[in-house]
Design a protein around this ligand. Structure first.
Ligand SMILES: NC(=O)c1ccc[n+]([C@@H]2O[C@H](COP(=O)([O-])OP(=O)(O)OC[C@H]3O[C@@H](n4cnc5c(N)ncnc54)[C@H](OP(=O)(O)O)[C@@H]3O)[C@@H](O)[C@H]2O)c1
Length: 321
């Protein structure tokens, strides 16, 4: 099969030939229609985010497509089913392997290709904003990177849950699109200090900046606020004013989806089941839609990854197979 490989020295992406993978117990093989590009792929490509033990070395954390084979002892998806799936790796390819428990049906009203952009954002946002952050109707949710794949989904989920949604963005184009998606407060971080704007009002913060935004996030937190850190784009080591956090009875947590076990109360299967129960109906009602900025052929993976850093790109970039 055709897949995308990373050249060891230049780190360039190139089309390569790989054997078609075989599904193991509890797994399915998906004939890929599309794979989505995630920021994590860019880190993995540069050697900073290795796949977990046993996962494919090929890039790609989510796909959509048609199940074409199932492994031994696999329940759930059958050959011919159209699914989208959360992967530990291997999505930039013509065929990908997924645990059956990490497959979701393609939601009604969403095309097979565009469904590739849903599993990673839906699982990340649900597990952090709902499960970890405990967002309630009437609360204020602050999202950093409102125009990201994660941000565009989280705006819609936050609004569907009855929250006031604030976002930070770095361009007027993204600001406009975030407003269209329902964001109530839009802060261009190049012009305004989000901590001054939100000062003590954010009940839940979904953070992707890490160290750089830690002091500002603590200032933005409301009493009993919950700061959930999922990205370290602004560094991993920062100074925390524990006194300021204590005065707010605030809470900070940090999570990662890819490294979770498959099973157990915090495992990926539980996250996927929660998404299917609570988020999929919102998508099928049209209250949350995938936000796709571009669909490029698999062979153009290099250009597709480049789009993630464009100020004109919002939401997800897909690779079609
Ligand atoms: N822990 C987990 O389980 C998990 C899972 C999925 C994703 N993530 C993380 O979540 C983040 C988003 O992922 P993605 O795939 O959706 O990435 P993406 O689409 O590439 O988005 C990255 C975003 O960062 C924003 N950004 C850059 N500098 C910023 C700043 N100073 N302040 C606020 N925003 C800033 C960019 O927006 P502008 O262009 O507007 O600056 C861009 O929208 C990444 O850090 C990723 O690693 C974590």
């Amino acid at each position: 099969m055709k897949a995308i490989g990373v050249d060891e020295t230049s780190k360039d992406l190139q089309l390569i030939d790989l054997p078609v993978p075989e599904p193991g117990p509890g797994e399915v093989r998906i004939k890929v229609a599309a794979a989505a590009v995630n920021r994590a792929d860019l880190h993995q490509r540069r050697g900073h985010y290795p796949p977990p033990p046993g996962a494919s070395e090929t890039l790609g954390l989510e796909v959509s497509g048609t199940v074409d084979a199932v492994g031994p002892d696999t329940t759930g998806p059958r050959p011919g089913d159209e699914v989208c799936a959360l992967l530990a790796g291997g999505g930039y390819a013509e065929y990908a392997i997924a645990p059956a428990t990490q497959c979701l049906p393609v939601p009604k009203g969403v095309s097979l290709v565009d469904a590739a952009g849903l599993p990673e954002v839906a699982c990340t946002v649900y597990s952090n904003v709902v499960t970890e952050g405990g967002l309630q109707a009437g609360e204020t949710l602050l999202l950093h990177g409102g125009g990201s794949g994660i941000g565009t989904h989280a705006i819609q989920l936050g609004k569907a849950l009855g929250a006031t949604v604030a976002v930070t963005v770095g361009s007027d184009f993204k600001a406009q699109r975030c407003r269209e998606l329902g964001a109530d407060i839009v802060i261009n971080y190049r012009e305004q200090d989000f901590a001054e704007v939100l000062d003590g009002r954010a009940d839940v913060i979904l953070d992707i900046m890490g160290a750089k935004y830690l002091p500002g996030n603590v200032r933005a937190l409301a009493k009993q606020g919950r700061l959930v850190i999922i990205g370290l784009q602004g560094g991993a080591e920062g100074a925390l004013n524990i006194g300021a956090l204590l005065a707010k009875r605030g809470r900070i947590s940090a999570t990662n989806l890819r490294g979770r076990p498959l099973d157990g109360p915090h495992g990926k299967a539980a996250v996927v089941a929660g998404v299917r129960r609570d988020v999929w109906p919102l998508i099928e009602e049209g209250r949350i839609a995938p936000v796709i900025s571009a669909r490029l052929p698999l062979a153009e993976a290099e250009a597709a990854q480049g789009l993630l850093d464009s100020p004109e790109s919002i939401g997800k970039v897909l690779l079609t197979v």
